[in-house]
Design a protein around this ligand. Structure first.
Ligand code: EPZ
Length: 427
């Protein structure tokens, strides 16, 4: 079994270049189902999840042609199936994002229900609420869900929670609906804006993306276009935390600073020197950091996808930090693994109380989900001695070449075969 091995203590120094955003490219790939011609996507990150989405689109009749290391052409002119089988949805919940575009393009979609996973039950009720509002008939049975709609008609949809996926799925379904759709209490993440820009360049009429009210005027046809994906703000934040955790001096390059405001603010509050520099952000830290409280919220609040990594940073800060997770019901799977490395953490409901300790010690630990795995890398870089991280396939889902990027800035980190057990993928 492949594992990541880290000998901690090296301050990271140099430049790390951020790849395209996983959580932008996945909905954008799904949206290519709406186009009657080929789309060319650029700045694509090489991630396991991108491979999975390519397989899903291929199963539906899409033709995916890699065009170099960070580019691909996706041609969904011919859709030959409306069903995404269980094996894909089990592997990646984001497969569910093909439902909206399939409904819009061919009036039918069938897929297995995305099960829950390590970070929560991950329901889809808000996606279905939107599809039903647009006139789709939904039937659920035998672990599958089928939606049919001879014609989608624009409607007003209020999201009880600003769900990113539901906002994206409804936007894509509404793009070819008859009339106007208004999504209220929509998610405001930058990835929503990137998807909306892609949809508009294909000929859709989407207004208000990035705010709580998104209006979509349905059109009859959408064409293939070329689109470059935005940089990954969570990957960028993760490397900023790693630079701070090791007392390093790193330029995290290819970032949109505006997307990182809550992360920059929290790191600065903890005593990290953070400064815009060219197309990146330079992160320096030299003294023990101050403990700061973290509360995750939908964008523009502090991102839940940065919670685990920042908690790992706080395990070595001076003082006590309270980390509150408000977005997912079970996103503290990394706590037990961090405690195996000497962290002092007590979970109280939706909060984790983190008391800073002078040093972590390396240990054998296991990634339970994508960001928990990243948090263990943060901890391993900080710890005395060797840390061995199992189930690294979770990390491969969202971080392109993490080991190589860290080796290039002085981390003592490798990937090697060591005995270990299989692990189920999800989220
Ligand atoms: C997206 O997941 C991201 N994934 C997640 O990133 C991210 O953590 C999440 O948004 C929140 O920002 C992708 O974009 C591919 P949600 P998504 O729907 O769309 C509840 C990572 O690490 N909810 O905004 O699945 C849900 O249970 C991944 O890169 C409903 O109740 O997230 C959760 O508590 C992990 N009903 C909350 O909303 C629904 O119908 C947020 O979920 C849908 C969601």
């Amino acid at each position: 079994m492949e594992k990541i091995i880290i000998n901690g203590g090296n301050p990271l120094k140099g430049t790390i270049t951020v790849s395209g955003a996983k959580n932008a490219v996945l909905p954008i790939m799904a949206a290519s189902l709406l186009a009657e011609g080929p789309c060319r996507l650029m700045d694509i990150p090489r991630l396991a999840d991108v491979t999975t989405m390519s397989e899903v689109l291929g199963f539906l009749g899409g033709r995916i042609v890699p065009e170099g290391p960070q580019e691909m052409e996706i041609d969904c002119s011919e859709i030959t199936s409306v069903e995404a089988p269980y094996e894909y949805v089990r592997r990646m919940r984001a497969s569910f994002l093909v439902m909206g575009p399939l409904l819009a393009r061919v009036g039918r979609a069938r897929m297995s229900l995305p099960g829950g996973c390590a970070i929560g039950t991950r329901p889809i009720d808000l996606h279905l609420k939107g599809f039903a509002a647009l006139g789709a008939s939904i039937s659920i049975g035998h672990g599958s869900i089928e939606a049919t709609a001879p014609e989608l008609v624009g409607a007003r949809v209020y999201l009880d929670f600003p769900s990113v996926g539901a906002t994206e799925n409804i936007m894509m379904a509404a793009a070819l609906a008859k009339g106007v759709t208004v999504i209220e209490n929509a998610a405001e993440e930058p990835e929503i804006v990137d998807l909306a820009n892609f949809l508009c360049s294909m000929g859709a009429r989407v207004m208000g993306a990035g705010t709580k009210i998104i209006k979509i005027e349905g059109v009859k046809h959408m064409r293939g276009v070329t689109h470059g994906v935005i940089p990954d703000r969570i990957e960028a934040g993760t490397y900023m935390v790693m630079a701070a955790a090791t007392g390093g001096d790193v330029l995290v390059d290819n970032v949109i600073t505006d997307h990182l405001k809550p992360v920059v603010a929290k790191l600065a509050e903890a005593g990290v020197q953070v400064k815009e520099e060219g197309s990146g952000i330079r992160v320096r830290s030299s003294r023990p950091l101050c403990a700061v409280d973290i509360k995750t919220l939908p964008y523009p609040g502090f991102p839940t996808d940065m919670q685990a990594q920042t908690m790992a940073l706080m395990t070595g800060a001076q003082g006590t930090s309270v980390v509150t997770e408000t977005v997912f019901e079970n996103r503290f799977m990394h706590v037990n693994e961090l405690k195996r490395m000497g962290a002092s953490i007590i979970i109280e409901g939706h909060s984790a109380v983190v008391k800073g300790v002078p040093r972590l010690t390396g240990a054998k630990v296991k990634a339970t989900d994508l960001r928990a795995g990243a948090a263990l890398v943060v901890a391993g870089l900080m710890a005395d001695g060797e840390t061995e991280i199992a189930a690294v396939q979770h990390i491969d889902r969202g971080y392109e070449n993490m080991v190589q990027k860290l080796q290039a800035v002085g981390a003592d980190i490798t990937r090697e075969e060591r005995d270990g057990e299989e692990c189920r993928l999800c989220d």
